[in-house]
Design a protein around this ligand. Structure first.
Ligand SMILES: [Zn+2]
Length: 439
């Protein structure tokens, strides 16, 4: 150790003395070897047995049969020969700045009205850690709910190595219209803060997108519906928010920056405006009609269903809200089954934060399987498919040469029992093991 430190110091001294960076070859790249009893690589349709993964630095150098693998001398070996090894999981819809707000503790509004931003940031730090320790090595965080550009800060803290957490794709403030987001229900003469950036008209919409992209948004998040209730004919009605023209301004601006637009939307008018406006991913999509599914297929729109969150906090069955809550869940199942059958591109997402971060993120997998998805397809939705949506295919969501060494393992077979993904025993991100409880 001492001699290594001296070597590092002398390299630092030389590079300082010469006023330039030391060549990359000056610092030895660490080599780690994982022995995988079963490997689900994120893209193949079948698992492989007894594989050896060689990791150099933060990337996977090779994956091969144990019988053919050449283990480099001096490599650190991690034995996962009794476990199932998978790519680090990807949750494409989280909110690290939400904590499953309990109405008894002031609910959503208290976040914005009472909590210091530092408190919210501290709790978001814990959320990020929770994601990583459950095997989610990448998240797309779908807005900060009044905490401004806090997600950009948390992402920087993770990338800087100050706190543990997943790779983050951030959306910052999100966008809706007047009458389209909390805080609401206060006296009309009070100018209340909002959980999103409010815009009215295509000029304001484009300006908001520009601001958010300028301040670090990787995606733009737009709310295309807001309130929902049971209509006169027993249907689910969702209040539309942005017009097609407003959304088109946002999409045009965002695509110009080579970024994408995620649309929170339930169904009806708002859903069709979202698709006509060119949104890249439908978030939630509780009530997908056949025309919408056909248009999603035509346009290559992603579907991030977030099923589980709609089974939380139902109001009593004999109340209007209770009837709406039950209708939302039942329509969601129908929509998911139809979209799956039609071949819509589906990426795993949960709405964690809407769900308390103390609950398992992987509870979404059994819902997807219950509604007709095979366990392997469900795993792909949280690995290679999500990576495709994030335009990171080959980099994350796959165990193959050249990808980042984001690797997890479970004790047990997730193809036989998808629930084992709720107990991830081993987590490596960027070639560094974060947790190892594999048996
Ligand atoms: Zn959400």
């Amino acid at each position: 150790m001492k001699s290594l430190c001296l070597a590092v110091l002398s390299v630092l001294f030389i590079s300082t003395a010469q006023g330039q960076q030391a060549p990359a070859s000056a610092s030895p790249v660490s080599v780690t070897v994982i022995r995988a009893g079963t490997l689900i690589d994120g893209t193949s349709n079948a698992p492989r047995r007894n594989q050896v993964i060689i990791i150099q630095g933060n990337r996977i150098a090779s994956v091969s049969d144990a019988s053919k693998a050449k283990i480099p001398a001096g490599a650190a070996v991690i034995d996962l020969s009794h476990a199932t090894v998978l790519p680090g999981l990807i949750d494409s819809h989280t909110h690290i700045f939400l904590q499953g707000e309990d109405p008894a503790q002031g609910g959503y509004d208290a976040n914005i009205l009472k909590y210091p931003l530092a408190l919210r940031a501290a709790r978001a730090t814990v959320s990020a850690r929770r994601a990583l320790e459950q095997g989610f090595t990448t998240i797309r965080d779908c807005e900060t709910e009044g905490a401004g550009y806090g997600d950009v800060g948390i992402k920087e803290a993770i990338e800087g190595g100050y706190i543990p957490g997943p790779r983050m794709f951030v959306t910052t403030r999100a966008i809706s219209t007047t009458g389209g987001y909390p805080l609401e229900g206060y006296a009309p003469w009070l100018d209340m803060p909002k959980g999103v950036q409010i815009v009215d008209g295509p000029v304001e919409a484009r300006k908001a997108a520009r601001e958010q992209l300028d301040h670090g948004a990787d995606w733009i998040k737009v709310y295309m519906t807001h309130r929902s209730w049971v209509g006169r004919h027993g249907e689910l009605v969702s209040q539309p928010t942005l017009t097609v023209e407003e959304l088109k301004a946002i999409v045009d601006e965002t695509h110009g920056w080579q970024r994408k637009v995620a649309c929170h939307v339930y169904g009806g008018i708002g859903l069709h405006r979202a698709l006509d406006g060119g949104c890249d991913s439908v978030e939630h999509g509780l009530d997908l009609d056949d025309a919408a599914i056909a248009q999603m297929l035509r346009q290559g729109t992603w579907y991030v269903p977030t099923l589980s969150v709609y089974y939380y906090d139902w109001a009593p069955a004999d109340t209007p809200d209770g009837q709406r809550d039950r209708l939302r869940a039942s329509l969601h199942e129908v929509s998911f089954r139809k979209a799956l059958k039609a071949g819509v591109k589906i990426a795993f997402g949960t709405d964690m934060g809407g769900i308390p971060w103390t609950d398992p993120i992987a509870q979404e997998f059994p819902r997807m399987v219950e509604f007709g998805m095979s366990p392997m397809e469900a795993i792909k939705s949280a690995t290679s498919r999500a990576a495709e949506m994030l335009e990171m295919q080959g980099q994350i969501g796959v165990i193959a040469a050249g990808a980042y060494a984001d690797i997890v393992a479970v004790n047990g077979d997730p193809l036989a029992d998808i629930k084992v993904l709720e107990n991830v025993a081993f987590v490596m991100k960027d070639g560094k093991a974060f947790k190892n409880e594999a048996k």
